[in-house]
Ligand binder design. Structure first.
Ligand SMILES: O=C(O)CCC(=O)C(=O)O
Length: 293
């Protein structure tokens, strides 16, 4: 393991945790924006870590080498770079991923007594996108995690700089975690956001799109069923952010078959040890460290 962190929060950090009103807002809307909770030094270290990562300097390896998004220099630099499992590979990004305050906020929002890592994703967008192709398409994270039993899985999205509407922020469809029939909303790679929005409207949904405009150090959180994507980066600066996908204490493996009766598997099953019955153990601390308890 690369490094571990103290689970203690300072008094000041405790004062930054969501209130009961914030939790009710999260439950109603499917998202929440924190105060500035990550110190600049930790983010600056993560920026340094991302530069090392993009220069192919690695501190570790995940136990699998395919089946996940893994941008490489040969894919070109002037594209959206999506790299999953970076916390296995880079110590500075791991340090940011495992910040206890992130787990503590997630625990409050999900009313859980423990938060474990599930996986993570570093997403870079080049500047000056004129085509709109740097948008990330509408999707619900849980639509990709069918073999996770919990509906309380939650994602923390951490931009590495101030991120206004023009710099490609995450965008949320308000209250969409309550929509029915969204089990197959897996359009991460479809940058045509408006086209999809029109389809949602035609299906009778009320589409309220909210960009997560954050200052450096703020973090947004969304429920695993909340439909989200991210806007194109029209600004003159790159956009860089880490998505930390988190499990509440109840989450465990569940077998899942798609509508055609085919068994579905997710990469996380290959990261961890097995339970005595042969199922993947989604509480294996070597793969899914406890971030907050
Ligand atoms: O960073 C992005 O643009 C997309 C991230 C995302 O889809 C997520 O946080 O779940």
């Amino acid at each position: 393991m690369l490094d571990t962190l103290s689970r203690d929060l300072t008094k000041e950090q405790i004062s930054l945790l969501p209130t009961e009103e914030d939790i009710c807002f999260y439950e109603e809307h499917g998202w929440y924006i924190s105060q500035k909770v990550i110190p600049d030094e930790i983010i600056d270290e993560a920026i340094f870590g991302s530069e090392r990562f993009y220069n192919s300097e690695k501190d570790g390896e995940p136990p699998i080498n395919d089946g996940f998004s893994n941008w490489k220099p040969e894919d070109g630099y002037d594209v959206v770079r999506n790299n999953e499992l970076v916390s296995w590979q880079n110590r500075q990004l791991r340090k940011l991923t495992l910040q206890p305050i992130i787990g503590a906020i997630a625990a409050r929002l999900t009313r859980s007594n423990q938060i474990r890592l599930l996986d993570d994703q570093l997403v870079y967008k080049p500047p000056q996108d004129k085509s709109g192709k740097s948008a990330v398409g509408w999707h619900a994270d849980k639509a990709y995690w069918s073999t996770c039993s919990s509906n309380k899985l939650i994602t923390a999205w951490i931009p590495f700089h101030d991120c206004d509407e023009l710099r490609g922020p995450l965008a949320i469809l308000d209250k969409s975690h309550k929509w029915l029939g969204i089990e197959d909303t897996r359009f991460f790679n479809n940058y045509k956001l408006e086209e999809m929005e029109e389809k949602f409207r035609l299906a009778g949904r009320q589409v309220v799109k909210i960009p997560m405009e954050l200052k450096k150090g703020q973090v947004s959180f969304h429920n695993c069923w909340t439909i989200h994507g991210s806007l194109p980066n029209y600004s003159n600066l790159f956009r860089l952010a880490l998505a930390v996908h988190l499990q509440d204490s109840d989450n465990h493996y569940q077998a899942f078959w798609n509508k055609k009766g085919q068994p579905i598997h997710i990469i996380d099953e290959k990261l961890c040890r097995k339970l005595p019955n042969g199922d993947p153990d989604f509480s294996d601390p070597a793969a899914f460290p406890i971030i907050w308890s």
